[in-house]
Every structure is written in structure tokens, then in C-alpha cells.
Design a protein around this ligand. Structure first.
Ligand SMILES: [Zn+2]
Length: 381
């Protein structure tokens, strides 16, 4: 067996700013922000700062720490935001902040301090991408909140205000990158990122998600297989809605059967891995049953694709992941996969659910047939 890569050969450049902890989403019944008065004990909103504090600490004190270089994040400027978002929408957010806060949509609270955190998340993600584009590193991870992949060009959605990953993708394109592939493994459909590049054949957006459908006016997209993009972008948005309980083996099958062939045909110059640990077995917001092993495998597959097509360049962007302790462990495992470690550095403290991938395999085979029949760049027509 080959020697494991040394920490000097494999660096993950982590971009972080503690100002992102100041986005206070409050307490209530789960993510409602309300208390009808029936319960003695309420809980923090799932998108709270504790989850991110644990991600920071596991990267600082976990066994992966020698592989990590830390960099300070920064705020995005309004002109930067306008590369993805409409000025009307950005003005709405600025006004909401000035007026002391607003509920943007269900579960999505722009409170005092939230706007500064959102600007930091966007700017920090842009800095991470810039680091790669400038040749200062191959693998960068934007450890950010509030998350971004539901934020559409003109509206907030699902705890997200600004589309951090979308802004970084646009920066790569504007800096001369010919094609970018986005692989989103958050348990929810990356509808905002998909929407932003729906008409583009320069960005291949692939989202693996729970089959949750549209969830209201802020999220009109279904995430179904037939949302394939439009115009020039037709075929360049690949949705992979997976059954509940898909698990490690099912995700690996979806990656090898659907994601790898599509990326191989697309041949991107830059890889963006959008990670949410809400696809884990213990997440309050998802039912997909990934464990650390599954995340490690996905990280490894994305790395091999980046090595093949993108000179090893990967931007990793943090999205959801709401189990306060396990999310951090799953993040650690994902990054182990991305740096190609031959054996796990950290064992799984809690995984135990039995897996049955039979249904997932059947669904993935059907999606494959559907996409191969309809998507020109996949079937060579
Ligand atoms: Zn999510």
C-alpha cells in the first residue's frame, strides 16, 4: 500500500470568520421561531452557531488538523453580490437589516446581526475561490453560515439569504474558468444555485437530495428529474432525488452511476463540492442515512474527478447539517476523503442503522435511464 499523503502534500485551506457566529436564529419549536406555550423546553433553531463552532473545533483539534491551513474570511461587497443576485433583492435585504430584521420566509429569520454574518459568508466563500484561482492552493473549504444554496437570484429560502457557492462559481467564470461543475450533497435540493445557472451550459449543477418537492412560495422548484435547465443550459442541471434511507451504498451507487459519467462528459475546469451534513443518519432535517463512511467515499470520488479534470482544484462550500455533534464528525470524514487518506483518521462514534439499498438502486437506475434518454451532452446527440 502507498504511504499516506503527508500534511505538506495535501493542504486544505479553510476560510473562516467568527463574525458568522453572530447570526442569531433564536429558539422555538424546531425552526418555527415560535412558542405556542405547550412546552417547558424549547430548542435552538437548527441553523444555530453551535453546529458551526463544532465544525471549527473538530478541524482545529481533530486528527485532520495537521492537514489544515487557516485563513481569515471577509465581508462581500454589494457589487460582488450583484454578480448573482438582483439589485432589488439585495436592497430588500439591506432594508430588512436597517429596519431591525424581518422574517424573509418560513424558518428564515434576518435578525439584528444576521446581515453582517451573511455578508461574511458570501465574502469568505469568494476569498476561498480566489485562493484557488490565484494558484495559492488546490483545495479550499469555505466554513460558512448562514448557508446559501437555497438563495435564488431574487429571493431568500430555507435559512439562506445569499448564495455563497453561486457567487463563487460566477467569480470562477468571470476569472476565465471555462466550465464549473457543482456537486451538491446537502439533503435538500440546491434550488438557488440551480436557478442561478439554469440557462448556462458553462455550469453543470448536480444535486443529490431527499425527494422533498416544492415547499412553498420561496421554493417553487420541485427538485425532480425533469428540471433539466433551459435554453443553452438544457441538460446542465441534473437532479437526483433519492428515496428516504438511501444510505452509504446508495449514495456511492448514485455517485458512480450518475455523477461520475456526467462530470467525465462535461470536463469541468473547476469543481465545487457543496456539502451539507443534513444527509446524515441522525439529522433532524433529513432522512438519507449517510454515515461518516459514506461521506468519506463521496469526498474521495469528488477528489478523483477533480484530479482527472480540474488539476485537483476543489472548492468545498458548507451548507446545512443540523445534528450539533455528528455534523462535525461527518465533515471531518468528508475532508479525509477529499485528501485521499488510505485509512480513516477518525472512527464513527454513533453509526448503527442497518442499510437496505435495494430501493435506492432501483430509483437510481431509473434516473439514469431518464437522463441518458433526454440529455444531449450525456447521450452525445
Ligand atoms: Zn439542507
Amino acid at each position: 500500500m502507498a504511504d499516506p499523503p503527508s500534511p505538506t502534500q495535501q493542504r486544505i485551506h479553510v476560510f473562516w470568520h467568527e463574525g458568522m457566529l453572530n447570526h442569531d436564529t433564536g429558539i422555538g419549536i424546531f425552526d418555527t421561531g415560535t412558542d405556542p406555550g405547550f412546552l417547558d423546553v424549547l430548542e435552538k433553531h437548527p441553523e444555530n452557531s453551535d453546529r458551526i463552532r463544532n465544525m471549527v473545533s473538530i478541524l482545529k483539534r481533530g486528527p485532520i488538523s495537521p492537514y489544515i491551513s487557516w485563513h481569515s474570511g471577509r465581508s462581500a461587497t454589494v457589487p460582488e453580490l450583484l454578480t448573482f443576485h438582483s439589485s432589488d433583492y439585495v436592497n430588500q435585504l439591506v432594508d430588512a437589516d436597517k429596519s431591525g430584521g424581518r422574517i424573509m420566509c418560513s424558518g428564515t429569520f434576518l435578525n439584528p446581526g444576521s446581515w453582517n454574518s451573511a455578508l461574511l459568508a458570501a465574502g469568505t466563500t469568494l476569498s476561498s475561490m480566489k485562493h484557488i484561482l490565484n494558484g495559492n492552493g488546490k483545495i479550499a473549504y469555505a466554513l460558512v453560515r448562514p448557508p446559501g444554496h437555497h438563495a435564488q437570484p431574487t429571493q431568500a429560502d430555507g435559512y439562506c439569504f445569499l448564495n455563497n457557492a453561486g457567487l463563487a462559481v460566477q467569480l470562477a467564470l468571470d476569472s476565465g474558468c471555462s466550465k464549473v461543475a457543482v456537486i451538491d450533497i446537502d439533503v435538500h435540493y440546491g434550488n438557488g444555485t440551480a436557478e442561478g445557472f439554469y440557462g448556462s451550459d458553462k455550469v453543470l449543477t448536480i444535486s443529490l437530495h431527499m425527494n422533498h418537492g416544492s415547499w412553498g412560495p420561496s421554493h417553487p422548484q420541485s427538485g425532480n428529474v425533469d428540471e433539466l435547465g433551459e435554453g443553452k443550459g438544457f441538460g446542465y442541471n441534473l437532479n437526483i432525488p433519492l428515496p428516504n434511507g438511501t444510505g452509504d451504498k446508495g449514495y456511492e451507487y448514485a455517485m458512480t452511476e450518475l455523477v461520475v459519467p456526467a462530470v467525465d462528459k462535461f470536463q469541468p475546469a473547476m469543481m465545487v463540492l457543496v456539502v451539507g451534513q443534513d444527509s446524515s443518519a441522525f439529522d433532524p432535517n433529513g432522512r438519507q442515512c449517510l454515515t461518516m463512511d459514506g461521506y468519506r467515499v463521496i469526498g474521495g470520488i469528488v477528489r478523483s474527478l477533480a484530479d482527472k479534470h480540474c488539476d485537483g482544484r476543489i472548492l468545498i462550500v458548507q451548507e446545512g447539517g443540523y445534528h450539533v455533534t455528528y455534523s462535525a464528525y461527518c465533515l471531518h470524514a468528508t475532508l479525509e476523503g477529499v485528501i485521499n487518506l488510505p485509512v480513516p483518521l477518525l472512527s464513527d462514534p454513533i453509526a448503527y442503522y442497518p442499510e437496505d439499498e435495494a430501493l435506492a438502486t432501483k430509483v437510481i437506475d431509473k434516473i439514469k435511464q431518464y437522463q441518458t434518454e433526454r440529455v444531449p451532452f450525456l447521450n452525445g446527440t
